[in-house]
Write a protein that binds this ligand. Structure first.
Ligand code: CP
Length: 311
């Protein structure tokens, strides 16, 4: 396999390989091992046409812990601002013999286009509304930790801006593939028309409580992607769909886990108290992002084989 572009393309064996090998990578940090030589001599280029804190930095930390050289391509200070196309940028970088390109772009499909035009391994770090496969992998890795390794039968509800969320698309897909039950709660204007037929869609928290979720996945309201005034205001969204302190109390009583991909909009998707809720998994998701991305880089290493030792 050369690239990681979406969840659909992964075989069950590949999925299992990535999730299984993330465990020893995570355990290394617990033993305070800072670096392993797995990718010594390889170069990882991060190419982000959209802002990122978690994905970009965790790929950079992951690559550096695998002893790869990391080149951070800064789009805002590159010739892209002079009008250079994505493909011209890639052919320039190709000449530098990069082994991996980690790319984020606001247009769906750009990572696929790049992958067809480079010999480097391309990893989709989020493209438009389409996909965010490493987020889905780290989310499911986190859920497996919480549910003792087997997530089958667990119930997860995604709340919020589903229409514009590549996280909802990829994580929902992977959760269903792992045997979880999934549901959505959102204003009708933020529910995509292409949802699977058998997915439960709710319009209120009351309906959601009745469904008895084990996990609530709050999605970021993506202000940068709204082309109409947002529902009808952020305050109204918070009142109707956000995790308020009252809803948090009910969620706590039921022992429900809470996830969010970050960055959070405090006072919109959630209140401050959610961040310190004992079953809030946000920090664990970020921590696991490094181990899972190490595992992805290792999986895509040219010549790597499933029987090769991780360390
Ligand atoms: N979850 C996520 O993609 O966060 P960033 O936008 O900070 O990378």
């Amino acid at each position: 396999r050369k690239d990681l572009l979406d969840i659909q393309s992964l075989t069950d064996e590949e999925l299992d390989f990535i999730l299984t090998n993330a465990v020893p990578f995570k355990n290394l940090f617990k033993r305070s091992v800072k670096k392993v030589p797995t990718l010594r001599g390889r170069t990882v280029l991060t190419l982000f046409y959209e802002p990122s804190t978690r994905t970009r930095s965790s790929f950079e930390v992951a690559a550096s812990r695998l002893s790869a050289d990391v080149v951070n391509f800064s789009v805002s200070t590159s010739s892209v601002v002079k009008g250079e196309s994505v493909l011209d940028t890639i052919s320039t970088l190709e000449a530098m013999r990069t082994d991996y390109v980690v790319v984020r772009h606001s247009n769906s499909g750009i990572p696929n286009l790049i992958a067809k035009n480079t010999t480097a391994s391309v990893i989709n770090a989020g493209d438009g509304f389409h996909a965010h496969p490493t987020q889905a992998l780290l989310d499911v890795f986190t859920l497996k930790e919480v549910f003792g390794g087997d997530v089958r039968g667990a119930r997860i509800a995604f709340i919020g801006d589903i229409q514009h969320s590549r996280v909802a698309r990829s994580t929902n897909l992977l959760c269903r593939r792992m045997g979880m039950h999934t549901a959505m709660l959102a204003p009708s204007s933020l529910i995509p028309r292409d949802l699977p037929q058998d997915i439960a869609v709710f319009g209120s928290w009351a309906e959601l409580y009745a469904w008895k979720p084990d996990v609530i996945y709050l999605l970021r309201v993506q202000m940068e992607r709204q082309n109409v005034p947002f529902f009808p205001s952020l305050g109204e969204y918070h009142r109707q769909f956000g995790m308020t302190d009252d809803r948090l109390a009910r969620v706590r009583d039921a022992g429900v886990w809470v996830m969010h991909p970050g960055p959070v909009n405090r006072g919109v998707e959630l209140t401050d108290n959610v961040m310190t809720y004992e079953r809030c998994l946000i920090d664990q998701q970020v921590e696991n992002g490094i181990a899972v991305r190490m595992s992805v880089l290792y999986w895509l290493k040219p010549g790597s084989a499933t029987e090769e030792a991780v360390v």
